[in-house]
Design a protein around this ligand. Structure first.
Ligand SMILES: [Ca+2]
Ligand SMILES: [Ca+2]
Ligand SMILES: [Ca+2]
Ligand SMILES: [Ca+2]
Length: 252
């Protein structure tokens, strides 16, 4: 009997870890095949080619709600993708949201539905706020990017950041390009990494709900994860290859 109990305990230990697995604390960004347009249209992302480790699905079930509540995945859930090239980090969020709040201006875009991106560019943690490479960027459902760096919010410090958004039948899409070369002490290196985190605001009729990828306090830099710059370029759309082959055949 004792052996059986021990066996069951062991199985719970082994498989329970999988059943209640924590969300991964790393997101892998493939190198962009190029020609990304920041327009809220995700077609240029070719998202079907992203591997599991290259996308982050967040919902009430695997994230942490530290303000308000989320009823179900139609109320709020999101899949986030990242890519990069020599200068820019690109982020795409495809979001389900039942009620869109977008009436606040850019300098208070945190009151709108938005994605919050947290950068530790030197990957050395440090104080947040405090170190110049540690910053928060919000991009809202109007496509407005706004950078916050310190307790005196509303400082727009990386002006070349581009944002765009489009409404969809069941939510919205946000597309962002961040010039990481302009974030102090931040280098994009194939196979390198930065400290990184993501949180989302789901504002529904001005009721503010907040979902975190990692940890339970979004400003606690010790709870952030990593963004890995994969040395591999995302697989190219086969149709493009066919078009190239067809083009070269026609030239002959
Ligand atoms: Ca696009
Ligand atoms: Ca909602
Ligand atoms: Ca830092
Ligand atoms: Ca909302």
């Amino acid at each position: 009997m004792r052996i059986r109990i021990l066996t069951v305990g062991f199985l719970i230990l082994v498989f329970g870890g999988n059943l209640f697995a924590a969300v991964p604390d790393k997101l892998v960004a493939p190198r962009s095949p190029g020609n990304l347009k920041i327009d809220g249209d995700p077609a240029d992302w070719q998202i079907k080619f992203f591997a599991d480790e290259q996308k982050l699905f967040l919902s009430k079930d695997n994230g942490f709600i530290n303000v308000g509540d989320i009823s179900n995945d139609k109320d709020f859930s999101a899949t986030t993708y990242a890519m990069y090239d020599d200068k820019m980090l690109y982020i795409l969020a495809i979001v389900k949201d039942d009620i869109i709040d977008k009436g606040n201006p850019p300098n208070t875009n945190w009151k709108n539905d938005c994605i919050e991106l947290w950068f530790d560019g030197a990957d050395d943690v440090g104080a947040f706020p405090g170190q110049p490479d540690n910053l928060q960027l919000n991009v809202d459902v109007n496509g407005e990017p706004w950078i916050y760096r310190d307790v005196n919010l509303n400082a727009k410090l990386v002006p070349k950041t581009e944002g765009a958004a489009e409404k969809t039948a069941d939510g919205y899409i946000i597309e962002v390009a961040v010039p990481l070369a302009e974030v102090p002490d931040t280098k994009i290196v194939d196979g390198g990494q930065i400290g990184f985190s993501i949180s989302f605001v789901d504002s529904d009729n001005a009721v503010w709900n907040h979902l975190l990828w990692l940890g339970n306090n979004e400003v606690n830099i010790n709870e952030w994860g990593k963004l890995i710059f994969s040395g591999e370029t995302l697989a190219v759309e086969p149709l493009n290859k066919l078009a190239t082959v067809w083009g070269s055949l026609k030239i002959r």
